[in-house]
Design a protein around this ligand. Structure first.
Ligand code: 6PG
Length: 241
């Protein structure tokens, strides 16, 4: 099975609609097993969240079946404009009845979030929680979640969630690590807009390079057994389309 798929949609609106339809289909899969989804911060996913909060998805998605987590968070309270949870809440969570778990990054309790994942999400044989879906973005430097180039969290082998010092931003953020991301069943890397074209092109060309994740952390996201999909709009895909 091909575990890496690149899908390009015409524009950001169609991208958001397609992803919302995928989330809806996932929620309607046979059975009642809970579905664990980790959301990303940033501007690109916001459009997806807003789309999910409007018809037909706001009533079509089986929200009661979903359990929402976050793949990273800034060290601020939820009402801060920088908060990923706050953004997701305004765009989506406040409009639907879904269970969501905020990362309390301002308290720095990464181990507490890892314990929560262990309690709430079904695990592989080795104990690593298997999220059904992880949403990620790409930053202009190739970062994803809060795994920035040159930061300590890139080397993390055992912990699933850490506080990561990001000297370039003069801050610390809470983030999922590669061991957790790569245990997921599905990972979607989502990028839209012409501003993403250069970094998307660089990353796609560098995918097979050794240790590429040191320079472009998003390339460290290679699910062990799950499916990786890069979802782009035409503007972000550029000549790669
Ligand atoms: C964050 C994110 C981060 C984001 C990328 C892309 O907290 O900032 O989770 O990894 O996804 O920086 O963000 P944009 O979509 O805003 O460009």
């Amino acid at each position: 099975m091909n575990r890496f798929t690149l899908t390009v949609l015409a524009d950001a609106a169609r991208l958001a609609w397609t992803l919302a339809a995928e989330v809806q289909a996932l929620s309607q899969a046979p059975g009642d097993a809970p579905i664990a989804i980790a959301l990303a911060g940033g501007a690109t996913p916001r459009r997806l969240y807003e789309t999910l909060a409007t018809p037909p998805f706001v009533t079509g998605v089986r929200w009661e079946r979903l359990e929402i987590f976050f793949s990273d968070e800034r060290a601020v309270p939820p009402d801060d404009p920088e908060s990923n949870f706050g953004m997701a809440e305004r765009a989506l969570l406040a409009h639907v009845a879904v269970r969501a778990h905020r990362m309390r990054a301002e308290r720095g309790d990464a181990d507490g979030y890892a314990r929560l994942l262990a309690e709430r999400v079904a695990a592989r044989r080795d104990g690593v929680p298997v999220l059904d879906l992880v949403l990620l973005g790409i930053g202009p430097d190739g970062h994803t979640a809060s795994l920035f180039p040159g930061t300590a969290a890139l080397a993390e082998q055992t912990r699933w969630v850490v506080m990561n010092a990001v000297p370039r931003l003069g801050t610390r953020r809470m983030t999922f690590t590669f061991p957790l991301l790569n245990a997921a069943r599905r990972v979607w890397v989502v990028a839209a807009g012409a501003a993403k074209r250069a970094i998307v092109g660089q990353c796609l060309r560098a995918r097979e390079l050794e240790a590429a994740e040191q320079r472009w952390p998003v390339l460290g996201v290679r699910p062990d057994a799950g499916q990786l999909t890069w979802w782009l709009d035409a503007a972000a895909a550029g000549e790669e389309a």
